[in-house]
Design a protein around this ligand. Structure first.
Ligand SMILES: Cc1cc2nc3c(=O)[nH]c(=O)nc-3n(C[C@H](O)[C@H](O)[C@H](O)COP(=O)(O)OP(=O)(O)OC[C@H]3O[C@@H](n4cnc5c(N)ncnc54)[C@H](O)[C@@H]3O)c2cc1C
Length: 380
């Protein structure tokens, strides 16, 4: 067991940290207030290789492992969780589905452009009536005269409004239940494929979350992704990896809130003393730092197992569950340490507190993570 970062990981962390300080930090509140999708910053992240973090170099990616990828997402979330979410959905959901299930031709056609950020990707599993129960998907794809005809709609798709490429799951054989859902790749501009309402959100407001709609959308057979009927099962594999990035998003958000609270506690005086001198505040800081570190270890454990090619269903759910619930608590305490100023938008903890809640919901709620973990435990 080695708990040290490699020199390459330290270099990666400082590169992302410098990028976040220069290109993201100055704009965080403006993007949040006005719900501005930071397209320029995302394109610059693409130039740095962050949009193709986990894909091989011969497909235009950065060739990083999941531990490295977690470092990237953590560092971005520490400054702006919205940016981390945009990049995580692009990498670990959309592009990764094409990488894991795509034909060689699909990989060559899509991954280099997605990995460099020339194209932005989104991934649509959730529907209005099929959230936690994603196997209850209602959107359909019917084979007619050699083409797939898609009808239906998805909700809550991260990056929907800015995506050039969408991977979407539709029912192709209702009788086959979980083995009757297939994945499709849709290009922006395909007739019958459009994005709908953009949601007005509590947090993660610089990320775009929206509907994806299909009306008699005609796709050639080469737009089917993976084996017919295996789109849902492949989605579960995709989520196993994606949850490591949500754990990293949670750890980074908590770290950002903790850093602000620690700083503030050494500046704010009450009763003639810095509040950091009060034991009540010291205990909060100690608990926050300890729980962040524990979550980071779970996240790295899941990442290391993924990099070793092992199945991570249980570990990634544990990392995601623990990190996201930890981060909600840490952000709450960070606001508490700021007192009334924590409630004011001039201080960064107000935004971390709003953003962090997504971590216990996206890519499977905490309740669903507990179900996933329990199922794995009962199987062992
Ligand atoms: C900002 C944002 C971004 C998102 N991005 C994407 C994306 O890019 N792509 C995508 O496909 N989806 C995305 N989602 C959707 C997200 O994954 C779902 O919201 C989530 O899976 C929960 O589904 P739901 O909202 O329908 O809640 P529901 O499934 O309706 O759940 C409601 C409540 O019931 C609980 N519950 C449900 N079933 C059970 C059960 N069996 N046992 C115990 N409790 C249960 C849930 O835990 C929750 O507390 C995003 C969501 C948000 C808010």
């Amino acid at each position: 067991m080695n708990f040290e970062y490699t020199s390459e990981q330290i270099q990666l962390r400082s590169t992302v940290r410098e990028f976040a300080a220069a290109e993201i930090a100055p704009h965080v509140m403006e993007w949040d207030e006005n719900q501005i999708f930071p397209l320029d910053a995302i394109k610059k992240a693409g130039e740095l290789g962050l949009l193709g973090a986990i894909f091989p170099e011969d497909l235009g990616g950065a060739g990083l492992g999941y531990i490295d990828y977690a470092i990237v997402i953590e560092e971005l979330a520490r400054v702006d969780p919205s940016v981390a979410l945009i990049i995580a959905a692009h990498n670990s959901l959309c592009t990764n589905h094409i990488y894991l299930a795509g034909s060689d031709e699909q990989k060559r056609r899509y991954i280099p452009k997605l990995a460099t950020g020339e194209w932005i990707g989104c991934w649509s599993l959730t529907e209005p009536e099929a959230g936690s129960d994603a196997a209850g998907t209602r959107s359909t794809a019917v084979l007619q005269d050699g083409h797939w005809i898609l009808n239906g709609g998805k909700t809550f798709t991260t990056n929907a409004q800015y995506a050039d490429v969408c991977v979407a799951m539709c029912v192709t054989d209702r009788q086959a239940s979980q083995h009757g859902i297939s994945a499709f790749i849709l290009d922006k501009g395909t007739p019958g494929f459009r994005v709908g309402k953009k949601e007005n959100k509590l947090g993660m407001r610089a990320s775009a979350t929206g509907e994806v709609l299909f009306t008699d959308c005609r796709l050639s057979p080469c737009q089917l992704l993976g084996k017919p009927g295996e789109g849902f099962v492949d989605s579960l594999r995709i989520l196993d990896g994606g949850r490591i990035s949500i754990a990293a998003l949670a750890v980074g958000t908590a770290q950002g809130a903790f850093d602000a609270a620690l700083r503030y506690s050494k500046q704010r005086k009450q009763f003639g003393r810095f509040i950091s001198e009060f034991q009540a505040i010291q205990h909060k800081l100690a608990d926050m730092a300890t729980s962040i570190e524990a979550a980071r270890l779970l996240m790295f454990q899941a990442g290391a197992m993924k990099d070793a090619g092992k199945r991570v269903t249980k570990q990634s759910a544990m990392a995601k569950l623990f990190a996201s619930e930890m981060a909600v608590k840490v952000c709450d305490e960070a606001v508490q340490i700021h007192g009334g100023y924590g409630f004011i938008k001039d201080y960064p903890v107000e935004k971390f507190y709003r953003d962090v809640k997504l971590c216990t919901i996206g890519e499977g709620t905490s309740e669903i993570q507990r179900m996933v973990i329990a199922r794995q435990l009962l199987k062992e």
